[in-house]
Design a protein around this ligand. Structure first.
Ligand SMILES: [Zn+2]
Length: 406
């Protein structure tokens, strides 16, 4: 592979159409790398849905379904499972010990997320158990949220651990069990490793992240998300490419049914990162995702929301994917990140588009086909939502087929 592809300066350095075609062929010959960590399965929680507390739709079975479908077709990908030393807890893998081994995760979290918030995620379950609020196998779930309408002073972290859970969350979908931090750390670490592998091996990487990340802000959990994996991944890339003052130009394409409010928020003032999201109009997270949210200051125009009415067909969806691709090509990104959710699937309990399994191939093709202009931009795909559990693996396989993995 030529250096121009490796460094991602696709538009600046590709001197001719034939050179681009050659680079594209070379890229497609390299197999996609899939990163998986079974520590991502440990987190299992409940949520308030309607007026009932129920097992969260965001379940370990989601990841198991995708992993087993990919494992059956492992000739088409290289699946790398993150190995960890055994911990003392019932033989559970100890993701935290490993994640902290080189300090990379901690350093990136400290640089991108609120320090008190991360400490809260790590410790709040043990605190609630120690205070007698829940048993060891219980769940931390907030009931009282921070009030932001008090203009007289900035909100401050409450002393009471009960109140703290609502200070660091914006909804009741983000319960915390004994193993939640282990999974959060494993998920974020996959995002970091995905970037490292993309840079080292010049291959596209799919990180099977769980929990997902695009809803949480840097100091509030929400929408099943605790640490924003896209934010961590982009910061990992910047840290590896320090020679550029503003960092490499990055496009993030968010294909989850729901608007990635947390990712938008983080990069809203950042001209080096283009965020483009296609999502259900007036759907969760309700207060963001509108067309007029276009970025701020020098980043004006670098945030693009393409809301789509509920019940939309795949044709209507593909039209927006085409528009998103045009916008990204005009931005000339050096790297592409995809926040990939399958709650756009017809019948998803938390989404309402009419997309079917075979359509995911068309969607990925639209992004990655040679004529799109994005076909050779090095890419990391991060798993977000999708809740028709038994179809997730098939849907992922269809998407990867369209991505060029056959
Ligand atoms: Zn979603």
């Amino acid at each position: 592979m030529s250096e121009s592809v490796a460094s991602g300066h696709v538009h600046a350095n590709a001197s001719s159409a034939s050179e681009m075609q050659k680079q594209s062929q070379e890229l497609k010959q390299t197999r996609l790398l899939v990163l998986y960590d079974r520590a991502c399965l440990l987190h299992k929680t409940i949520e308030l849905l309607g007026s009932s507390l129920v097992p969260a739709y965001e379940s370990p079975e989601r990841l198991e379904n995708i992993h087993s479908a990919l494992a059956k077709h492992s000739g088409r990908f290289e699946i790398v499972e993150v190995k960890r030393q055994s911990g003392g807890n019932n033989g559970n893998v100890n993701a935290d010990a490993n994640a902290n081994a080189d300090g990379t995760l901690d350093a990136l979290l400290a640089a991108s997320h609120d320090v008190g918030y991360i400490q809260h995620l790590k410790t709040i379950h043990a605190k609630w158990v120690a205070e007698g609020l829940i048993p060891e196998d219980g769940q931390v779930l907030p009931e009282c949220f921070r009030v932001t309408s008090v203009a007289s002073r900035a909100p401050r972290e409450p002393v009471d651990p009960f109140a703290r859970s609502g200070y660091y969350a914006f909804d009741m979908s983000t319960g915390i069990c004994k193993d939640t931090w282990t999974s959060i750390a494993a998920s974020a670490r996959l995002a970091i490793e995905a970037v490292r592998h993309m840079l080292d091996s010049k291959r596209d990487v799919l990180a099977l992240c769980r929990p997902p990340g695009h809803h949480c802000t840097t100091n509030m959990a929400g929408g099943y998300c605790y640490v924003n994996n896209a934010v961590v991944a982009v910061e990992a890339l910047r840290s590896a490419k320090k020679e550029k003052e503003e960092g490499p130009k990055v496009a993030i394409l968010d294909l989850d049914f729901h608007h990635g409010n947390g990712t938008q928020d983080y990069f809203y003032h950042d001209p080096a990162v283009l965020y483009v999201s296609i999502h259900g109009e007036n759907e969760y997270p309700y207060y963001t995702g509108f067309r007029e949210e276009a970025g701020n200051g020098r980043a004006e125009g670098a945030n693009v929301n393409l809301p789509l009415k509920t019940g939309a067909s795949v044709e209507e969806y593909l039209e927006l994917v085409g528009r998103a691709v045009e916008i990204m090509v005009a931005f000339e990104p050096e790297f592409l990140f995809v926040s990939l959710g399958f709650d756009t699937f017809k019948g998803d309990p938390l989404g309402c588009f009419m997309i079917e399994t075979e359509d995911y191939e068309k969607i990925a093709e639209c992004v990655r086909q040679e004529s799109s202009g994005l076909s050779i931009v090095p890419a990391v795909i991060l798993l977000e939502g999708g809740y028709v559990v038994q179809k997730l693996g098939e849907n992922m396989l269809a998407f990867l087929k369209g991505w060029g993995v056959r």
